[in-house]
Design a protein around this ligand. Structure first.
Ligand SMILES: *Cc1c(COP(=O)(O)O)cnc(C)c1O
Length: 413
């Protein structure tokens, strides 16, 4: 966290103009002087001792209101859940200011709602931000409670990404505890068994104001949740990808290996073009040789040929997926030889089977890949490795199969 200490050094001059920026924005929007901010409620400890000017850049949230606790959830049509945003009741918020010495003091649950950010926050101006994606499944009736899948891996990935983006990160314990609290607070939004999952979206952002390019002086960790079904509109049906050899999502030395928000808006152009032509998503190639597979916009890719499963090695341009890592292990358990290496477009064309992995998509079979105008078809359906992996993985995640690997973490009701 050397980067953080340098951020801390640069901080105080900005604190002054920060107060200014926050106030100005409120006046412009509201047309009148705002009432003084409510007394800080978050965290207690040293956070509440911050000078009032700091409050301007912090999320200002409604107080917890349980009045509609009993409505919602029940009105949802669980059978038609896609990957849309269904707002839930609570979010978890925790922030880290210079006074906190690089660590996050205690956070808290808040009513889900808009947050207030300084117009000059690091995240808005310079994309100093990271996200994570996880799912909580409702466990079978007899077990009760909810199940998380390898949440410490998400926590560690966020720490790694935070280091790359010059941000402080919550500890693994803080992260996992915050996720559990978010699940329980939104428990009525966890879909019934087999209908989907409660998707959790942890965010880490430079919420403090900064004008010159430098790490922000204050950080916010936030988790919100939404019930989800299938990610692709195809549902569990096979998807159709198009290889893009013009746009790239990452480059050597860049940030492709971390889940920074900066990696996603740049792929929208390619994704929209692909969708307008009827493809599900884009498969990216490496930006140097334009020959080796990288991944899809939000999932990793695997190719299967005979008894060999290959997936691109993660060398900084590919997001090291937790689903990817788990699938590698499950395929090896099934006796497949698994290779993490350079996988060329020719390897793909020659493959029997292709599939994608990610928390949102789980294991998505690929039926066609179009490259330079030519459509290549792959095996899908029953008796494919993708199908087998999907069943095995979701059974573990949902608590339907014994978790011999210790991958799941129970959230007790
Ligand atoms: C999140 C993500 C993945 C999948 O990672 P999981 O940990 O399996 O969810 C793959 N690629 C990209 C670009 C991602 O953002």
């Amino acid at each position: 966290m050397a980067a953080l200490s340098s951020a801390k050094g640069a901080l105080l001059p900005w604190a002054r103009s920060a107060a200014h920026g926050g106030l100005l924005a409120r006046v412009l929007v509201g047309g009148a002087m705002p009432p003084p901010p409510p007394p800080p409620t978050a965290g207690g400890g040293r956070c509440s001792l911050l000078p009032r000017r700091w409050q301007s850049s912090l999320p200002q949230l409604d107080h917890v209101d349980r009045s509609d606790e009993e409505s919602g959830g029940g009105e949802i049509d669980w059978d038609s859940l896609g990957f849309g945003l269904t707002p839930t009741d609570y979010m978890y918020v925790m922030r880290c200011s210079p006074e906190d010495g690089g660590g996050f003091p205690r956070g808290e649950l808040r009513r889900y709602g808009n947050i207030e950010l300084s117009p000059s926050s690091g995240v808005l101006n310079y994309a100093q931000g990271l996200f994570e994606g996880m799912k909580a499944y409702r466990r079978p009736e007899q077990a009760g409670g909810y199940s998380l899948f390898r949440p410490e891996e998400n926590a560690r990935r966020m720490q790694h990404g935070a280091d790359r983006m010059c941000m402080p990160a919550p500890s693994v314990e803080q992260f996992v505890d915050a996720v559990k609290q978010t699940v329980l607070a939104n428990r009525r939004w966890v879909p019934p068994q087999g209908k989907g999952a409660l998707y959790l979206r942890p965010l880490l952002m430079g919420s403090g104001p900064i004008l010159g390019l430098a790490p922000a002086p204050e950080y916010t960790f936030l988790i919100y949740a939404a019930p989800v079904g299938n990610y692709f509109k195809e549902g569990l049906a096979p998807i159709n990808l198009v290889v893009d050899d013009e746009f790239h999502r990452a480059m050597p030395g860049g940030t492709g290996g971390v889940k920074t928000i900066a990696n996603y808006a740049p792929v929208l152009r390619a994704q929209m073009d692909a969708k307008s032509k009827g493809f599900t998503d884009v498969l990216y190639l490496d930006s140097v040789h334009k020959r080796y597979l990288e991944e899809v916009s939000s999932c990793n890719v695997f190719v299967v040929k005979g008894g060999v499963v290959a997936t691109p090695a993660t060398r900084g341009t590919i997001l090291p997926g937790i689903t990817r890592k788990s699938v590698v292990e499950l395929a090896m358990d099934r006796g497949y030889k698994v290779e993490e290496r350079l996988v060329s477009i020719d390897d793909l064309i020659d493959a029997d089977e292709v599939f994608c992995t990610g928390t949102a998509v789980v294991v998505a079979p690929v039926s066609t890949v179009t490259y330079r105008g030519k459509r290549h078809e792959f095996r899908t359906g029953p008796d494919t490795l993708a199908q087998e992996l999907y069943t095995t993985l979701t059974s573990i995640q949902m608590g339907l199969a014994e978790d011999t690997k210790g991958w799941t973490v129970a959230v007790e009701d």
